[in-house]
Write a protein that binds this ligand. Structure first.
Ligand code: PLP
Length: 347
């Protein structure tokens, strides 16, 4: 019979509004295109690519340069079509039917979708009122649900809050589930769980090129893990999952990542400027953020979103999402874009 697999009818298609805002602050992207020297080098290298050939089957050369940066081996690295692909793959590999996947809430909304795609039970664990994590609550939930995977997002999207490294180690030391730390915003924060990899073979760290390194268009991310975990997750990734254009692009960006230091520092400065100025507006509460976005709370959230949109500014309205009543996520843009945000917020 012509019928989809059981469970799919309940699954919502992930979709975000694809509006062409004059000022796009709704997807946590880098606000400007790549540094010109980096883009020129990519285009030069793409010009030399034989387009008729398949890419390297398992992205070995990109794995090798990433591994070297962390003092790891290529066998400790997986490359994905966005870190999204890897997060989904690890739910397939360590979740599956009859298992569960535990993650904080509110956090990245895709975690629940990946869990369902893998036929696993999604187990969201509520963060505290200030959006910090109660590690014991997380561990108890994982224990009770016999979780295959604990997903942690650090810094957390969309709240911008962080979990100190000691807290992540505490979770790792007290569970036998695979603990995955999604560090999509690492470059704006600086601290990392990578040093836990040597001590805990059941810890893995996911990173992306989509945010700080401005490669959202290319779709590329990676996972650092023990050889056993990387090998297992690698079984559910398709061969040739990363195309040759993306491989060249990511390798060039990774090799030239020092070129991004100035713009990363500017984003952090602008984030602090926005935090202070938005926080001074009556009726707006700003959560402290270690990322390239801010979560703000207002009793007039729908009106505020409407005012941004009238001005051509796209922001992400979370005011109807669980645990995020009245909240809006605003990306840190260029200084001029942030000025526009401040003008609108000040009314
Ligand atoms: C943006 C984001 C990702 C996905 O990044 P891609 O590499 O573009 O797939 C993963 N996790 C979090 C928390 C994100 O915000």
């Amino acid at each position: 019979m012509f019928m989809p697999r059981a469970g799919l009818e309940a699954l919502q298609t992930y979709s975000v509004a694809d509006t062409d805002w004059a000022i796009r602050l709704d997807a946590n992207e880098r606000p400007t295109d790549l540094p010109p020297a980096v883009k020129a080098r990519i285009i030069e290298r793409l010009g030399l690519l034989p387009f008729n050939r398949y890419p390297e089957i398992s992205a070995q050369s990109l794995k090798a340069v990433i591994a070297a940066e962390f003092g790891l081996q290529a066998a400790n690295v997986l490359i994905g079509n966005g870190s999204s692909e890897i997060l989904e793959a690890l739910c397939f590999a360590y979740g599956g039917a009859g298992r569960s996947i535990v993650y904080p809430s509110p956090s990245f909304s895709m975690y629940g979708i990946y869990a369902k795609l893998a036929d696993s039970q999604p187990v969201p664990v509520a963060l505290q009122a200030d959006y910090t994590l109660d590690a014991d609550k997380m561990l108890t939930a994982a224990e009770q649900a016999a979780a295959g995977v604990i997903l942690l997002c650090n810094p957390n999207n969309p709240t911008g809050t962080v979990m100190p490294p000691e807290q992540i180690e505490y979770i790792a030391a007290n569970t036998r589930s695979l603990v995955v730390v999604d560090e999509a915003y690492h470059e704006f924060y600086g601290r990392t769980a990578v040093s836990l990899l040597g001590k805990y073979p059941h810890v893995a760290v996911a990173r992306t090129f989509s945010k700080a390194y401005g490669l959202a268009a290319a779709r590329v991310g990676y996972l650092l893990a023990s050889e056993a975990v990387a090998g297992t997750i690698g079984k559910v990734l398709l061969p040739y999952n990363i195309n040759a254009l993306t491989l060249i692009t990511a390798e060039t960006v990774f090799g030239m990542r020092r070129e991004f230091a100035g713009s990363l520092a500017e984003t952090s400065r602008e984030r602090e400027r926005l935090t202070a100025a938005l926080g001074a507006v009556a009726g707006i509460h700003v959560y402290p953020s270690q990322t390239n976005f801010l979560l703000v709370k207002s009793e007039q959230a729908p009106e505020l979103v409407a005012r941004f949109r009238r001005r051509g500014i796209g922001v992400r309205d979370f005011s109807a999402a669980p645990g995020l009543a009245g909240c809006i996520r605003i990306g840190v843009g260029t200084p001029a874009e942030n000025d526009a945000v401040l003008e609108v917020a000040a009314g």
